[in-house]
Ligand binder design. Sequence first.
Ligand SMILES: [Cu+2]
Length: 235
Amino acid sequence: MNRKSVIALGGSVVALVAAASLAAIPAQAHNDQSDSRDNDKNVTLTATLTELNGSGASGTATAVVGNKMIKRIEVHADGLTPDAPHAQHIHYGQQALNECPTLAFDTNHDGRLNTVEGIPAYGPVVVSLTTTGDTTPASLLAVDRFPVAKDGSYDYKRKNIKFTDVAGTGDDGGIGTAKDIAQSIRDGEGVVVIHGIDYNDNGKYDFGTIGASELDPKLPAEATDPAACGVLERH
Ligand SMILES: [Cu+2]
């Protein structure tokens, strides 16, 4: 072996060792010890929202989460049904995949994903991103307190949203505590979902094409079907 090839070999060993130690860093960063130390520290999360159900909607969300609170959150969305309210939530469930659903989750094979069909992917609602008042899952369908998409877009901001205990989001589908939910959101398991699609393009949510919502028979399914989705990831 000549001198040049020995140097080349030595170089690749160094590169390999460097790659191995780099690979070890993210694994350490995600162990339980470092997670628990995050409790009193603000973590910034961002989501890229992409369309569901062929809505044509897209957007971004940014949240700063510290302790058991969302210190601030912004959602910017466009391509939505114009001049209509859009329910928006953070979804999470210990038993969910904590991802956005694909059409594979369309369990009744009707070609559209309703909100309930998406729950195995994104989990139940843990925060209602309303414009005023209550932000708990109790407000998940408070259509008069969600942003209205003027010309199809909106910019939403809100501060100091407290996490609460939420039934169905914990171990074995039991109660998830505010603390555990906050930690899971900080760990990148929260999913932002924007709802509302005018499938038949008649300028309003109506019962015409797809009937009533599986969540509330008084609401059209057009008002509640998911239109955009993105995972709140930490960087
Ligand atoms: Cu939702």
